[in-house]
Design a protein around this ligand. Structure first.
Ligand SMILES: Nc1nc2c(ncn2[C@@H]2O[C@H](COP(=O)(O)OP(=O)(O)OP(=O)(O)O)[C@@H](O)[C@H]2O)c(=O)[nH]1
Ligand SMILES: C=C(OP(=O)(O)O)C(=O)O
Length: 223
């Protein structure tokens, strides 16, 4: 099916607690701003996808909520405040409703291109589908068709867990979609792919990148 018949759901943790593995990539005072910039770029790209008719952001963070609203997303509270999978299920199955086509993405995909998400959604099955991250072990996108509960299994080894739970692996040449940012090394990769404007501008302002194709992000612990 084509058309904007998907509703995207993006969970965002409180920025003060988010992206702990990324700490050190930028001076500490800028860490939350970096996490927020990545959320802005993700929401912008998702909202620009032709297959997406609406974006719901699940968060208790006031700055992320304000930014998401400003970008046209609907914001719902992080309910039941019990972690990532619970926030995703609440957003997809309760706030949006299981009658719709739902696409759940992490909020740390600053190199995402709208056409990559569109291609992945066009290849999604009637039931559940997922896109593995660049490493092949994690998950960056989980989809559920009408009448199908989301059934998220995010966390370590989530790609295998989603496959074992019956979700179909969606494959394609989608480097921006697959590249989530957990570590400073991921951030360097994202800059090479071409980060969205907010992430790129912040790193440029900090003198860590001259453009999105060149980087001096300090090395940090790898995944
Ligand atoms: N609403 C909500 N979002 C979450 C929660 N945990 C993670 N997220 C979001 O889910 C996406 C992927 O999360 P992770 O990569 O595990 O991010 P993280 O927990 O911020 O990172 P680390 O501290 O490095 O583990 C990001 O957009 C996070 O903000 C949660 O408990 N509630
Ligand atoms: C939670 C996940 O991702 P991350 O490695 O970004 O924490 C996941 O891939 O299931």
């Amino acid at each position: 099916m084509s058309g904007a018949d998907w509703t995207a759901v993006i969970p965002v943790k409180r920025l003060s607690a988010a992206k702990s593995r990324l700490r050190g990539a930028v001076p500490d005072a800028w860490h939350e701003a970096l996490a927020l910039a990545m959320v802005r770029d993700t929401v912008t790209a998702v909202g620009a996808c032709e297959q997406v008719g609406g974006v719901v952001v699940v968060t208790d963070d006031p700055a992320a909520a304000a930014a998401a609203s400003g970008l046209g997303a609907r914001v719902v509270a992080d309910s039941p405040a019990a972690g990532l999978n619970e926030a995703m299920s609440f957003g997809a199955d309760v706030a949006v409703g299981a009658g719709r086509r739902r696409a759940v993405l992490a909020g740390d995909l600053p190199a995402l291109r709208p056409h990559e998400l569109g291609a992945a959604l066009l290849s999604a099955p009637a039931g559940r589908g997922f896109v593995a991250d660049a490493a092949g072990t994690g998950t960056v996108l989980l989809t559920a068709g009408p009448g199908t509960p989301l059934g998220p299994r995010f966390g370590p080894g989530s790609a295998a867990a989603h496959a074992a739970s019956g979700a179909a692996a969606l494959t394609g040449d989608w480097p921006g979609l697959r590249q989530d940012v957990d570590t400073p090394a991921d951030l360097r990769t994202v800059l090479g792919l071409g980060a969205g404007e907010h992430t790129c501008a912040l790193l440029r302002d900090l003198g860590l990148a001259t453009g999105c194709g060149s980087t001096r992000v300090p090395a940090g612990p790898s995944r």
